[in-house]
Design a protein around this ligand. Structure first.
Ligand SMILES: Nc1ncnc2c1ncn2[C@@H]1O[C@H](COP(=O)(O)OP(=O)(O)O)[C@@H](O)[C@H]1O
Ligand SMILES: [Mg+2]
Length: 135
């Protein structure tokens, strides 16, 4: 599915709609440059589950949002090595019963083929091309 979002609110809406298809155990990989809208998209997804405040986990690697289904928001941008992921117990989160949303998934070498893949392309200052696919 390809969408063109013309502002932040539109991206939130697209994400909230996409969230309806998510279930326990799902992993969503978010691809795209800095400022492409990955974190905004996560905010939209999270808003479908709780009114939690979403902040970028750039320095913490993962933020957890408590909802009916726990949500794990990863940002691997500053990950030094994959070992760090094991150290923080990421595998248990990723392969548990929550829903994981992962920014910068390129930092980890293996992902199950069943992950959702969402890619963001910055067309201009406020236009984003968002492709939502299932492997
Ligand atoms: N159509 C759009 N969709 C999402 N964000 C947009 C859009 N247009 C402008 N923006 C701005 O782009 C930035 C996206 O930031 P963010 O979601 O943190 O990016 P990323 O997590 O990919 O680095 C925000 O400042 C947001 O307000
Ligand atoms: Mg981000």
């Amino acid at each position: 599915m390809v969408y063109y979002s013309h502002n932040r609110e539109e991206t939130l809406k697209i994400a909230k709609e996409f969230a309806k298809s998510l279930k326990s155990g799902d992993i969503v990989l978010l691809y795209g440059d800095l400022g492409a809208g990955k974190t905004v998209f996560v905010k939209g997804v999270v808003s479908a589950f709780c009114s939690c405040v979403v902040t970028s986990p750039t320095f913490t690697i993962v933020n957890t949002y408590e909802a009916n289904i726990p949500l794990y928001h990863f940002d691997l941008y500053r990950l030094q090595s994959e070992e760090e992921l094991y150290d923080i117990g990421a595998e248990e989160l990723l392969f548990g019963n929550g829903i994981s949303l992962v920014e910068w998934p390129e930092k980890k070498s293996f992902w199950p083929p069943t992950c959702y893949k969402v890619s963001f392309e910055k067309i201009d200052e406020t236009t984003r091309k968002i492709c939502i696919g299932e492997a």
